[in-house]
Write a protein that binds this ligand. Sequence first.
Ligand SMILES: Cc1cc2nc3c(=O)[nH]c(=O)nc-3n(C[C@H](O)[C@H](O)[C@H](O)COP(=O)(O)OP(=O)(O)OC[C@H]3O[C@@H](n4cnc5c(N)ncnc54)[C@H](O)[C@@H]3O)c2cc1C
Length: 494
Amino acid sequence: MSEIPILRLRTLNNNAIASQGQYVLYWMTAFRRPAYNFALQRAVEWAEKLQKPLLILEALRSDYPYASDRMHCFILQGMADNAEHFSTTVAHYYPFVETERESGKGLLQKLAETACLVVTDDHPGFFYPQMLQPAAEKISVPLEAVDSNGLLPLRAADHDYPTAYAFRRFLQKELPGHLFNFPLADPLRTVKLPRLETVAAGIKKTWPAAGPELLKAEQKALARLPIDHSVTSTCKRGGFKEAEHYLRRFFEERLPFYPQRSEPDQQVSSELSPYLHFGHISTHQIVQHLFAQENWSIGHLSPETRGKRSGWWGLSDAAESFLDELVTWREVGFNAALFLPDYNQFDSLPGWARESLAKHRDDPRIYIYSLEQLEQAQTHDPLWNAAQNQLLQEGRMQNYLRMLWGKKILEWSPDPETALEMMLVLNDKYALDGRDPNSISGIFWCLGRYDRAWGPERPIFGKTRYMTSENTARKFSVKKYLQQYTNRQGEFSF
Ligand SMILES: Cc1cc2nc3c(=O)[nH]c(=O)nc-3n(C[C@H](O)[C@H](O)[C@H](O)COP(=O)(O)OP(=O)(O)OC[C@H]3O[C@@H](n4cnc5c(N)ncnc54)[C@H](O)[C@@H]3O)c2cc1C
């Protein structure tokens, strides 16, 4: 039946399909979009095969780590887009939002009782892996998990990679076979299915669907939810429609300037990471757009597969460097989440980095800041404070400064383990794209992952790469950035 690569499918229990079931249930958790979504496509295929209606449950818990107005608002806006979109299709969309802690408990189980089978999203990070197996054991129909994370199916690899170079080499050998198999742009467009008009009254009563007011994510509605209200929503709107707007803007206006993306005063990167993180857009859709814009075909690929950073795709330099971030760097993080044991624990750092950081553990520190001081951007370093202010206000941070930000936290912490802890808290609490496999790879990169040993060996940093705000300000233009994100004027001079 399937157009979907077998490597992307996993069945999580041995239950038989309930052919008398009323519908196929798609439990949307990580890929919160109607387009280019292998999991949705798989659920549609099952519904067609069984000639049953398709029910889509998109649920939002209130107890996930760092649940706040900021994250909820972005997700709810995405749910509003989905509600509108699915109302024009044959699928029945059921948005559920916990208004009290754990009020969603039992909903999946109850909906599964009258389903033929359940299809869901297979994501290797955050709380998803811990959520799926218990769910599979609680229901009496099959639970099928589908990987729609990136261009390469996660299980096309069978181990983790110590460097981006090693992963890139693997990608260059493995990826061509997967470039023919993209998910459908709109899996519901032409299907003919019976409709499900409503879900059972008892379910609607116990777990009422989120109404338009809640999905609009207005302040009043957010205030009633049991989440952290101190992390406020940003002006960035969530949802697949806004993601498509960012996608078009990037390709129409920014791509040629992408090689200058390290300049804090120029905003030329795509800003797509929150949309990728919440599943509002997929790598496949972005890449498809790029291929069309650059008139690319498979014949453009270079036969050389030695892991070189540019030249393999046969695209413009700007497009090649964008794809290196979007595919190599993004997907090596997903690969680690699946294959590197304890990938989010300090001990998973490479041996050379752990040894070197341990050797310099007791080096004297000129500055040591508490989590609260860092959180409130109260350090002596104006560029660092500006970057932290951007994170607080906008839920994002310019990419080059994000590296500097992490490196300085290492320098200003009592020890590297505390540095790691503080980076994770600040990033995951405030960044819209936080709590992602790439949060882990970016933060662990600051401590040596995917990097090599550097000389000369320095205090505190040891052999891990050393960065300073002074050098950053010399190398790049930061004036506008400082003006925009500095609270106290006139304090910056190098
Ligand atoms: C300390 C630190 C923390 C980070 N935390 C996160 C995080 O929480 N979530 C997150 O998605 N990324 C994180 N990154 C990686 C990177 O900073 C962001 O992905 C990027 O800045 C997002 O901006 P953009 O969408 O404009 O990227 P673009 O430059 O337009 O790139 C397109 C996409 O490629 C991917 N990408 C780009 N750069 C990287 C990278 N270095 N590593 C992995 N993937 C990349 C992202 O999905 C991004 O959206 C972190 C990096 C560091 C150094």
